[in-house]
Design a protein around this ligand. Structure first.
Ligand code: FAD
Length: 323
């Protein structure tokens, strides 16, 4: 038995969700007395690769092929599957991130594996049964799934498992994976960032606002709060539908799913479709003038008040703290 973790990076740095997945994979390897191999793809320094050993990787495979510099779903799935076969891995773990959610089913096909997407806890292994708890119905419920196949692919919900240090003296091995032309039907040529903004899917802090803000002219204070906190800005669906904010900021079931450490919801009621996109946030803070707003049921901290009074006070307090 051997476990493989795909260590996703963003511009050469591993994300917090990657280290969570490494810790989770380490724990599965320990459950089974197995070795853990981490596979990294793209341009990542040896110093950064060594961080994978800090969280429990026994071995690190580095695939630095120039054709794989940018994420290409089909090609990444092929080389991760190749790495899993090379290592004899029966369990492949990855983060249920934007790219992870596309890779998991492809890996399932390539490895003839059962797939659990969005796991929230370590597998239970009793009486020869392998079961995993996962989110269901957009985070409204949990499901317990049994994997009956020999090979298994598990994607971990961000913020569902704590990062645990478990230092190992891992070797970094260059893995010269073959990239097939048939896997490069689409090629990411360039990523064009909108101004200097923090990317929403990867943001550690998100300041999000809804229809309670009344109109696009009132977003200045949301932008200012986000800039002060180094946060990305987001919004509810009706706000982007009305053209108050771009669609790229729309969070929820039909928009982007975020998993920040801190999600600040301003004037957002907390409809189930919105909550579907924020349920894996670590801490949710809600500002709403209606004490009965459903957002308070999921919020860790709630401020009942008028956003036009509360947000400027918050901005002033942060400025004072920073001075
Ligand atoms: P509202 O529900 O109108 O809430 C505004 C809130 O602001 C209220 O709670 C109010 O008390 C508060 N408020 C008003 N004034 C102030 C003030 N001065 N200070 C503080 N608070 C104030 N929605 C999404 O967001 N994302 C999705 O992906 C999504 N997908 C959907 C998919 C489907 C199939 C459907 C049917 C709906 C979807 N929706 C989605 C819409 C969703 O059901 C809600 O209508 C939407 O989330 C509500 O947006 P809101 O909270 O901004 O507005």
């Amino acid at each position: 038995m051997s476990v493989l973790i795909y260590a996703e990076n963003a511009e050469g740095r591993f994300k917090k969700s990657t280290f969570e997945a490494v810790s989770y994979a380490r724990a599965i390897a320990d459950q089974n007395g197995a070795q853990l191999t981490a596979v990294s793809i793209g341009d990542v320094s040896n110093d950064e690769l060594n961080n994978l050993a800090k969280y429990g990787a026994d071995k690190i495979l580095n695939i630095a092929n120039a054709q794989l510099k940018n994420f290409v779903n089909q090609a990444y799935a092929s080389v991760i599957a190749e790495a899993a076969k090379k290592e004899g891995a029966d369990i492949v773990v990855l983060s249920n991130s934007f790219s992870g959610s596309g890779l998991a089913p492809r890996l399932g096909v390539k490895l003839d594996a059962g797939v659990v997407d969005g796991a929230t806890a370590l597998p239970e292994q009793n009486d020869g049964k392998f079961t995993v708890k996962k989110t269901a119905f957009s985070g409204k419920a949990f499901a317990i799934v049994e994997l009956t196949s020999t090979n298994k692919v598990i994607s971990l919900t961000p913020n569902a498992y704590k990062v645990v240090e478990a230092a190992r003296a891992a070797q970094i091995e260059v893995f010269d994976a073959e990239v097939k032309a048939s896997d490069l039907k689409t090629i990411l040529k360039e990523i064009v960032r909108s101004a200097d903004k923090v990317s929403l899917p990867d943001a550690e802090i998100v300041v999000s606002a809804g229809r309670g803000l009344k109109g696009p002219e009132n977003w200045g204070m949301i932008e200012e709060l986000a800039t002060l906190l180094g946060a990305a800005t987001a919004c509810s669906k009706p706000v982007s539908d009305a053209g108050w904010r771009p669609h790229s900021e729309h969070v929820g079931q039909t928009g982007i799913a975020v998993s920040p450490n801190l999600y600040i919801a301003v004037g957002i009621s907390g409809a189930i479709q919105h909550l579907a996109g924020i349920s894996s946030s670590k801490v949710i803070v809600a500002i709403n003038k209606d004490p009965e707003a459903p957002i308070f049921k999921v919020a860790d901290y709630g401020i009942v008040g008028d956003a036009f009074e509360v947000v400027p006070k918050l901005i002033a307090a942060i400025k004072e703290h920073k001075a």
